[in-house]
Design a protein around this ligand. Structure first.
Ligand SMILES: [Zn+2]
Length: 257
């Protein structure tokens, strides 16, 4: 199990620093900005061993060139990315060794077409999912389709409930406000709002979430649930219970929320 530490960047991004006990090297996930990473390395007297990219957006990749100018490290990322700094292209079914631990790769397009996730399948599993799955939410569909994002959600749902979920943004409270609008009677959502409000008051990240928690609170993971289907039908004015249509309606509602 990796030790995972957030390096805050921009307004609400987390660059995840991952390490193993006793190791003086770290890997970073989605370094949109180099400076906070360089400061973190210096403050903790650490070396950079690898860079993991989930997708091409600049707030996930903007720091890569500066970091690789200082550290000669592999840059992992999607095989079909338009970001040209990737030196180790990855696709579904690939596994990589990072700091002595294995990460399994899955293509999870939807937010962008080049999106991958990294899954550490250990006793305490961990998932690095970029801008696909968020606490109580999912990424906007900038390039892909609702069907693709639903396929990604179904992959995440099949992971162990104990999997720690490390997404890239602190969007939890806004997502939970929307989740509560979709499912006003879901007590787990109310509990999560209380927990996240307390953490934010203490200026702490609300992450990681877990797959088990997301299955309880995340409307985009609950498109087979009766209350979510009804809410989607009310929003769209269509009676269809087709899961892709339900997902697309909830996503469109969130865009306007
Ligand atoms: Zn993005």
């Amino acid at each position: 199990m990796f030790t995972v530490t957030p390096i805050p960047a921009f307004n609400d991004n987390y660059i995840w620093a991952i390490s193993n006990p006793g190791n003086s090297s770290i890997a970073v996930v989605d370094p949109g900005d180099a400076l906070p990473v360089l400061n973190y390395l210096q403050e903790h007297n650490l070396e950079l061993a690898a860079i993991l990219i989930t997708h091409h957006h600049n707030d996930h990749t903007g720091g890569v060139n500066e970091l690789t100018g200082k550290y000669n490290v592999p840059v992992y990322g999607p095989t079909n990315s338009r970001f040209d700094g990737i030196t180790k292209p990855l696709k579904t079914g690939d596994s990589i060794q990072v700091l002595g631990s294995t990460l399994k790769i899955q293509e999870v397009p939807g937010h962008t077409l080049d999106h991958i996730s990294y899954f550490s399948d250990q006793k305490s599993p961990q998932l690095f999912c970029g801008d696909t799955l968020f606490l109580a939410g999912c990424g906007r569909l900038f390039e892909g389709t609702a069907e693709q994002m639903l396929t990604a959600m179904n992959y995440f749902k099949a992971l162990p409930d104990t999997t720690e979920v490390y997404c890239t943004h602190e969007y939890s409270l806004a997502n939970l406000a929307f989740a509560a609008a979709v499912e006003p009677d879901n007590a787990q959502i109310s509990t999560s709002i209380q927990n996240c409000e307390r953490l934010r008051e203490e200026s702490k990240p609300t992450l990681p979430s877990s797959i088990g928690q997301e299955k309880q609170i995340n409307p985009f993971m609950r498109t087979q649930h009766e209350d979510v289907i009804k809410a989607a039908q009310q929003f769209s004015g269509k009676a269809s219970g087709d899961e892709v249509e339900v997902f697309a309606s909830i996503r469109e509602w969130k865009n306007q929320f």
